[in-house]
Design a protein around this ligand. Structure first.
Ligand code: 13P
Ligand code: ZN
Length: 269
C-alpha cells in the first residue's frame, strides 16, 4: 500500500504526537488526534486501492467525502513517530455520511481511535463556526485532570480561575473552557455532548479523564492545551498554599483590549 499522504504532513503529525508523549500527556494509548486533510495534503488516492469500510453508527453528512489523518485505537503514543503506518492512518468519510473507509495506514487490522465519534462530531461542529478549522486533539494532562477533582466543575468559574493563573490565558482562550459532567467515554453520546460545547469554545474538559482541544492547525490545538495545562499546573501548586492575590477582572479586561480578543462578557464580575 503506497502512502497517499504527503510525507511532510505525516511527519508533522507524528512529531506533535511524540511531543505530546514527551509532555506526559499521553501515557500508553491515552489520547488521540485527528487532522482534516486538504486536497494538497494528499497524493493520488487510487480507485483500485484495497480499502476497509466500516459503519460509523451515527451520521456526519457535513463531513461526506472528507479525509482525516487519525491515531489508531489502542496505539501507544510513544511508538507513533517510529512506526506511523501501524499506529496512524488516513480515513475517508463516505458519501452517505454514515460509513468510513481506511485508505492508508492502520496496518494489521488496526482501527481508528475509539473516540472517533467525538472527533468527527467536533470537526462538524467547529467547521460551522470556523471554515479554517482542521484539528481535534485529545489527551490526559495531569494538572487538568487534577484540577477537575478540587475545583467546581462550572464553566464560568473554571474559565475565570484558569484566566487568572497567567496573563496569556485570557488571550489564548478568551472564550473560556467548556466542561462536561463525567460521562462514559468512547460513545456517540459523549461525542454529541462535547460537540455541543465546542461550537463556541475550542477547549472542553472531560472531568477525571482529559481534555479536548481544537484548532486551525496542529500547533494551535497543541498550544491551546499547553496553555490551559500550564494554568492548571499553577493552580494546583498555589491553591494548597492559599491564594493571596491574582489578576483582577480589570486586569483581564485590559489584557483583552490590548490583544484584541473578546472574552465572554458574562464571565466577568
Ligand atoms: P484510543 O486508544 O481508542 O484512542 O483511546 C484512548 C483514549 O484516550 C480514550 O479516551
Ligand atoms: Zn482519553
Amino acid at each position: 500500500m503506497e502512502s497517499i499522504i504527503k510525507e511532510a504532513v505525516l511527519e508533522q503529525f507524528c512529531s506533535i504526537a511524540d511531543l505530546m508523549y514527551q509532555k506526559g500527556w499521553d501515557e500508553r494509548n491515552g489520547g488521540n488526534i485527528s487532522l482534516l486533510l486538504r486536497g494538497d495534503d494528499l497524493l493520488n488516492v487510487g480507485e483500485s486501492e484495497r480499502t476497509r469500510e466500516y459503519e460509523l453508527g451515527y451520521r456526519v453528512p457535513e463531513l461526506s467525502g472528507k479525509f482525516f489523518l487519525v491515531t489508531g485505537s489502542g496505539k501507544y503514543f510513544k511508538n507513533i513517530k517510529t512506526n506511523p503506518k501501524e499506529n496512524v492512518g488516513v480515513i475517508q468519510i463516505l458519501e452517505d455520511g454514515e460509513h468510513y473507509r481506511i485508505v492508508w495506514g492502520l496496518a494489521n487490522g488496526a482501527k481508528p481511535t475509539s473516540e472517533l465519534p467525538t472527533h468527527l462530531m467536533n470537526h462538524a461542529a467547529r467547521l460551522k463556526s470556523d471554515p479554517d478549522h482542521r484539528v481535534v486533539m485529545h489527551c490526559h494532562p495531569a494538572n487538568l485532570l487534577a484540577i477537575s477533582f478540587v475545583h467546581p466543575l462550572e464553566e464560568r468559574e473554571l474559565s475565570r480561575t484558569l484566566w487568572k493563573m497567567c496573563a496569556e490565558c485570557v488571550i489564548v482562550f478568551p472564550e473560556g473552557i467548556g466542561v462536561l459532567p463525567f460521562m462514559l467515554c468512547g460513545t456517540k453520546e459523549i461525542g454529541a455532548a462535547t460537540a455541543q460545547k465546542i461550537t463556541d469554545c475550542r477547549l472542553v474538559l472531560w472531568p477525571h479523564h482529559g481534555i479536548f482541544g481544537t484548532g486551525k492547525d496542529l500547533d494551535e490545538a497543541f498550544g491551546l492545551i499547553e496553555t490551559a495545562e500550564k494554568a492548571a499546573e499553577i493552580y494546583m501548586k498555589i491553591a494548597p498554599l492559599g491564594i493571596r492575590q491574582s489578576i483582577s477582572d480589570d486586569g483581564l479586561r485590559e489584557l483583552a483590549e490590548a490583544f484584541h480578543v473578546q472574552p465572554k462578557k458574562e464571565y466577568f464580575d
